[in-house]
Structures are given as C-alpha cells and as structure tokens.
Design a binder for this molecule. Structure first.
Ligand code: GSH
Length: 234
C-alpha cells in the first residue's frame, strides 16, 4: 500500500494521476495545508521541507517502508517501481527527464508565483504580477511549440512528464483557451484519460483556493503558508 499525503493541490494531483495510471494500491491521507498540517512534528518527520505531497510506500526497496518527497523524485520512483511511463530507449528516456525537470524547475515555481501575486497576495505588486504573468505565457509558448511537433511532451509516448505538467495547467487551459492550440489539444487528450480525470479531483476544491473562488482566504492562511508560521525553529 502506498499512502499519498496531500490535498487539492497541483503537486498532489500529479502523484494521484501517476498512482491511478500505474494501477497501484494507494490511499489518500489528507494534509490540510491551509490549517498548517504540514507544520506538525509528525509531518515534518516525513518531509523537513513542510511541503506536500509525500508518499510512504509500505513495500519500498528491499520490502522496507519508504518515505519520499519532491514530486519529480516521486514520479521517477513510481515509474521505476512499475517499469511504466518512462521510455526504455536512452535518448527518449533522457528527453522524458528533461520535460519532467522543466516542469519541476520552471512551470511549477513560475506558475505558482503567478498565482501568488495575482490572486493570493494581500497587496498588489504590479511589477511582480507582470513579471510572472509574462513568464507563464513564455513557458506556455515553449510547451505549445513542443506539443506542435510531438504528441506528448517526451515524444510519441505518454509519460510521467505529461502527468507532472497537466495539473499546473488547469487554470491556463480555461483562461487561455484558443491561445495555445497545441496545449489545448494535449490537455483535452489528457483529460479524456480516466486516471487523469479522477486524479484531478483529488481532493475536492476548497473554497479558500483560486479553484474554489478564494472566498474565505484569510490572513491566518497567509501566515501559515507564507508568514511567521513557516519560520518557527524546528
Ligand atoms: N517542489 C515541490 C513543491 C511542493 C509544494 O510547493 N507543495 C505545496 C502545495 S502545491 C505545499 O505543500 N505548500 C505548503 C507550504 O509551503 O507550507 C514538489 O514538487 O514536490
């Protein structure tokens, strides 16, 4: 059994999609990051970086219980465990890693900053909003070019690179429909996959998030996610 510690966030959804696609036996342990569950001693023992998701595999390497964090590492671990969704050919395999790293180092952080400054920050910072909105558009252009020349990010095979990327594009696919036609084509193909459709509903959207309309998002949530609560010595 694999336990996925996470909630309704793009990063947890990447892993839910992979677990479903790979047909692994898994369960969700809900971590409410808006309530500060990621800052408890129990969670910090799993991930000292206080971020979700984390997986705990009861049957890890050597049959031992194994905990892992960082979505790129988790996706590679699951792909190696099952031998699925990473190409075998060395060149294709490296290209899959390339697009996976592009997601975890580029799309994830930049789309996250855009969401932060455009929606969650209390004060309006025009420079930051422009900077990250433009960077999101630039990354969308890179994805659109790639998906104009290949069916999937890694090429002809659907891989963990696609699973990593789709959850971060949920809002862009709606708000920018028609602007990036190759991304639209790919997004529609992904959402037709039952595992992706189901993985994207893990867990239900919260009213305090952009997805849920942002009603009820308070200074207490800001303190937990970006303020003093993050800086208590451990
Ligand atoms: N680089 C990390 C990012 C994880 C991340 O940012 N998780 C967010 C939710 S999407 C989180 O748990 N935030 C809680 C916090 O920062 O306290 C990964 O890919 O796993």
């Amino acid at each position: 059994m694999i336990t996925l510690y996470g909630g309704p966030t793009p990063n947890a959804r990447k892993i839910a999609i992979a677990l479903l696609e790979m047909g692994l036996d898994w369960q969700l342990d809900y971590i409410d990051i808006l309530a500060g569950d990621q800052l408890t001693p129990e969670f910090l023992a799993l991930n000292p970086n206080n971020k979700t998701p984390v997986i705990v595999d009861d049957e890890g390497p050597g049959g031992e219980r194994f905990a892992l964090w960082e979505t790129g590492a988790i996706l590679l671990y699951l792909a190696e465990k099952t031998g699925r969704f990473v190409p075998v050919d060395p060149v294709k395999r490296a290209i899959c890693w390339q697009w996976l790293m592009f997601q975890v180092s580029g799309v994830g952080p930049m789309f996250g900053q855009e969401a932060h400054f455009t929606h969650y920050a209390k004060d309006r910072h025009d420079y930051a909003i422009a900077r990250y909105s433009r960077e999101v558009d630039r990354l969308m252009m890179v994805l659109d070019k790639r998906l104009g020349e290949a069916e999937w990010l890694a090429g002809e095979d659907y891989t963990i690179a696609d699973m990593a990327t789709l959850p971060y594009l949920r809002r862009q696919l709606i708000e920018k429909a028609g602007r990036f036609p190759n991304v639209d084509r790919w997004g529609a193909a992904m959402l037709e996959r039952p595992a992706v459709a189901e993985g994207m509903t893990v867990d239900v959207a919260r009213a305090e998030t952009i997805e849920g309309g942002l009603t009820g998002f308070t200074d207490e949530h800001r303190a937990i996610l970006w303020g003093d609560r993050q800086h208590v010595k451990r």
